[in-house]
Design a protein around this ligand. Structure first.
Ligand SMILES: NC(=O)c1ccc[n+]([C@@H]2O[C@H](COP(=O)([O-])OP(=O)(O)OC[C@H]3O[C@@H](n4cnc5c(N)ncnc54)[C@H](O)[C@@H]3O)[C@@H](O)[C@H]2O)c1
Length: 314
């Protein structure tokens, strides 16, 4: 492997495979896929390498069942764990995924002590806590992927409803990655024009609800697993913002320490992503109603953190 930047993707399932694919197409990083299933990461890496001559990239991809090959990674994307099936909430995944995320984080940081972690496994905000505790990294280097996906979903629904190009739509979603997330219509625009000038209040509320249930809608359709194309693209977008030091402002789950009046909880808020990971937390002026919705969302993350503490003691 050469001197290109190195990204490890733990979990070579649907989301992990898609992250690897999206990164390979960008061409600026080599990718190591890791999974416990023998042959799976190796097979996906080889298959993806063979896309190179067709799509014109020459990144190196490899797969492994252990962590030796991941040493010195710049970024580690954690997607290992089980995904939702119809009728399951993200929180139903708590017990299984906390064990998996804790163990893989411990292993991966041993050989990549300077890496930036991007957590994808669900329930997202709770898994950020697990990774943060297991890694012992500063908060700038443990970042959860949820808001990028949730705002991409919001943007898609706004564009569909208004009949405009999604390219001109920007949107913001705050809060935990669950049904209590807070799509912020007031900060969502079409070519800079507030969406409330294009759409009636009823339509905006309907889109906000669809966004909050955007994951469940896809689980209901797929029946055997959860979404992976947009989640994979969202994680790749965060990797790009960091590796190319783009200083993008993206909603991500980060450990709040007093910002937004919230303490010691991972919650989705707009942050600046650059070479140092989370470089700044942007504090928006929220109305009383928005602020209350964010607090409610944070308290559901708090509930999961408490549930994990009990599971650990049990
Ligand atoms: N944050 C988000 O917005 C978001 C979006 C979509 C999915 N997810 C979550 O991402 C996770 C992955 O989803 P998926 O659809 O790719 O699931 P998947 O079942 O296709 O893939 C998960 C992979 O993790 C592997 N794995 C399990 N234990 C492991 C371990 N100890 N070490 C290494 N690998 C291990 C499995 O073998 C499997 O290949 C789920 O928890 C899902 O809920 C999060």
């Amino acid at each position: 492997m050469g001197s290109r930047r190195k990204v490890t993707v733990v979990g070579a399932g649907m989301v992990g495979g898609t992250v690897a694919q999206m990164l390979a197409l960008r061409g600026f990083a080599d990718v190591v896929l890791v999974d416990i299933v023998e042959g799976l990461p190796q097979g996906k890496a080889l298959d993806l390498m063979q896309v190179g001559p067709l799509m014109g990239f020459d990144s190196h991809l490899s797969g492994s069942n252990d962590y030796a090959e991941t040493a010195g990674s710049d970024i580690v994307v954690i997607t290992s764990g089980i995904a939702r099936k119809p009728g399951m909430s993200r929180d139903d995944l708590l017990k299984t995924n906390m064990g998996i995320v804790g163990s893989v984080t411990g292993q991966v940081v041993e050989s990549s002590p300077d890496a930036i972690l991007i957590v994808v496994s669900n329930p997202l905000d709770a898994m950020c806590h697990v990774a943060f505790d297991a890694a012992g990294f500063p908060r700038e280097r443990v970042i959860g992927m949820a808001g990028v996906l949730d705002s991409a979903r919001f943007r898609t629904f706004i564009a569909m409803e208004a009949g405009v190009s999604v390219e001109d739509v920007s949107a913001m979603v705050l809060g935990g990655h669950g049904d209590t997330m807070v799509p912020l219509s007031r900060y969502s625009t079409i070519a800079g024009i507030p969406i409330t000038e294009y759409l009636t209040g009823d339509r905006v509320r309907a889109i906000e609800d669809r966004t909050a249930n955007g994951g469940a809608e896809i689980v209901g359709l797929l029946k055997t697993g959860s979404a992976y194309f947009a989640p994979g693209a969202s994680a790749a977008e965060m990797v790009e913002a960091i590796l190319l030091d783009k200083k993008r402002i993206l909603p991500c789950s980060v450990l709040l320490q007093g910002e937004y009046g919230i303490n010691d909880l991972f919650v989705g808020v707009p942050v600046k992503l650059g070479a140092n990971g989370m470089e700044q937390i942007i504090e928006l002026n929220l109305t009383g109603e928005e602020s209350a919705a964010l607090k409610k969302s944070a308290s559901s993350v708090q509930g999961l953190v408490e549930a994990m503490a009990q599971l650990k003691d049990a």
